[in-house]
Write a protein that binds this ligand. Structure first.
Ligand code: HEC
Ligand code: HEC
Length: 216
């Protein structure tokens, strides 16, 4: 993984124009302030859903979560991504850049910016409340599931009710859904991928799957 990203990094630097190189180099020293393990998914908050849909198509969310850029650099990055084919409409640039800067920003002097205080609270208020034990709610919040899923409406991913209806009475449904949660995947519900969650342990996974199937 490290080696792969190192290779990509080298490729990126040689292949892309000086503009991206400047952006990447500018962000390099701040790597130290980024989380040691890049978060596999974008942080829940205003604009996250749109940013997921427009940006996490060609590459993983880690490209974003390991970066810390100034507002001007995020704007430059977004414009570059549009040149590379990101399907972002003109009026979507501002909300995406606002989101990126709020959650993955740094100040012009290079110092770190704290995450918006509402982020954790937002995650817990959007957590599905129907019939979940506190433990499962904690797991859902810990892994950011509720940034993309709700119990009974489609968000970035399908609602948990839809998943329960579709796979609840299917042979092998439990194993399928468990594997999907841990390994991620795409194509069953649309073109947006679900990120993998390799850190989920067996107990958490069992609790999640049981809970999802109880949402019918
Ligand atoms: C059409 C495909 C595509 C889309 C959509 C896309 N990108 Fe990219 N992105 C790339 C390519 C290609 C690279 C450079 C090669 C690489 O590192 O994989 C890149 C690199 C990056 C990098 C540098 C990452 C690093 O750590 O090396 C960031 C940050 C980034 N993209 C953010 C975004 C954001 C924000 C959006 C949404 C506005 C977005 N991308 C949408 C194709 C895309
Ligand atoms: C970044 C957004 C995102 C996050 C975070 C996320 N998911 Fe998903 N999830 C999706 C998308 C998108 C799909 C649909 C993928 C597809 O079309 O195959 C999906 C699909 C699913 C499915 C259906 C699986 C199947 O077999 O088709 C389940 C169950 C699920 N997610 C549970 C979870 C759980 C539990 C978590 C937290 C551990 C989580 N998701 C985190 C976006 C996300």
């Amino acid at each position: 993984m490290l080696q792969r990203s190192a290779t990509r990094w080298a490729r990126t630097l040689t292949v892309l124009g000086p503009m991206l190189t400047a952006v990447l180099l500018a962000s390099a020293p701040i790597g130290a302030q980024a989380p040691a393990t890049p978060e596999p998914t974008l942080a829940p908050g205003p604009g996250m859903e749109l940013t997921m849909q427009r940006c996490v198509i060609c590459h993983e969310a880690q490209h974003i979560t390991r970066s810390r850029l100034t507002r001007a650099e995020w704007l430059e990055n977004t414009e570059l991504m549009i040149k590379r084919g990101a399907p972002v409409a003109a009026n979507e640039i501002a909300p995406i850049v606002d989101y990126l800067f709020a959650y993955y920003g740094r100040n012009d002097d290079g110092s770190a910016r704290p995450r918006p205080a509402g982020a954790a609270a937002a995650a817990s208020t959007t957590a599905p409340s129907a019939g979940g034990s506190r433990d499962v709610q904690t797991v859902l919040a810990t892994y950011g599931c509720t940034g993309c899923h709700a119990v009974d409406r489609k968000m970035v991913g399908p609602s948990f009710k839809e998943v329960a209806h579709r796979f609840g009475s299917e042979a092998g449904g439990t194993e399928r859904v468990a594997r999907r949660i841990r390994e991620g995947g795409a194509g069953a519900w649309g073109s947006i991928p679900m990120p993998p969650h390799p850190a989920i342990n067996d107990d958490e996974l069992r609790a999640l799957v049981t809970w999802v199937f109880a949402q019918r």
